[in-house]
Ligand binder design. Structure first.
Ligand SMILES: [Zn+2]
Length: 263
């Protein structure tokens, strides 16, 4: 089956580069359009190349988890789309909306990421009235028979959620990253191995037809099974070189991830 066979029946899904200029494809942000709602999944880094100028309306941004490479552009998005709401896992809103919460996100990121933190850019606080909380099992009707379902997928972070659009699964960082045909564990500290494996199995059991990774774009779902095998075997010899500055950033990010696995 070619990638075209997989993707052709779908309209209204955009996979957009949202990484820093040095490595724009490091992060993929997804936009899903329905006649009731346009929804974005994750929001890239603060220093992002993300361009949403084709989109005149945005109703909701679902944040898979509160790491700085998934929330950086929120202040700008809120500035651009006046009616947009931001959805995060129930109980975690304060990390986006209070000085203390944002400080904690930035401090943790700086400690875990080292100089990648400066490349990605600091997180800024957003207004409390903009943020709503969601839970696993919540369903959002976006129109045209399309439903988004929130799935609890802890492990990468304890508050991690994935989003299922009918049979397309957006995994955030709960199912690995994929560059140069190499699967990379998404496991920065603090990482919960057992929860991660459980979440990965749960997502494989959903049998999605397409998987949208936050790091690596739209992939065949068999990438998840290969990743599970790799995680169970603890086969973490991740050797990938995409060259240039992007290659350098990826190498550093892989080091961060592998450090988290060692505990
Ligand atoms: Zn990430």
């Amino acid at each position: 089956m070619s990638m075209e066979d997989i993707l052709m029946p779908y309209r209204g899904i955009h996979a957009l580069p949202a990484g820093p200029p040095e490595f724009s494809d490091l992060i993929t942000v997804y936009i899903v359009r329905g006649d009731k709602m346009n929804v974005m999944i994750d929001a890239g880094v603060a220093n992002s190349v993300l361009d949403t100028s084709f989109l005149d309306r945005l109703d909701l941004v679902i944040i898979t988890h509160l790491h700085i490479d998934h929330i950086g552009l929120l202040p700008e998005i809120i500035e651009t789309y006046k009616n947009v709401k931001i959805a995060v896992k129930s109980g975690f809103k304060k990390y986006l909306t209070t000085d203390e919460g944002v400080k904690r996100l930035n401090e943790t990121a700086s400690r875990v990421l080292g100089d990648l933190y400066d490349i990605y850019g600091a997180v800024r606080k957003i207004d409390e009235s903009k943020v709503i909380e969601v839970n696993g099992g919540d369903k959002i009707d976006i129109g045209e028979g399309k439903y988004l379902e929130i799935i609890n997928t802890p492990g990468h972070a304890k508050h991690h959620i994935s989003v299922l659009l009918n049979d397309i699964l957006f995994t955030g960082d709960s199912a690995g990253a994929y560059f140069g045909d190499v699967i990379i564990p998404t496991s920065p500290s603090p990482f919960n191995y057992d929860e991660y494996i459980k979440s990965l199995k749960l997502q494989i059991d959903l049998k999605p037809r397409i998987v949208g990774l936050a790091h690596g774009g739209l992939v065949n779902p068999e990438v998840m099974s290969r990743h599970l095998e790799q995680m169970i075997k603890k086969d973490f010899n991740v050797d990938v070189d995409i060259g240039g500055i992007a290659g350098e950033i990826l190498r550093k990010q892989i080091e961060v991830n592998l450090r988290g696995l060692r505990g």
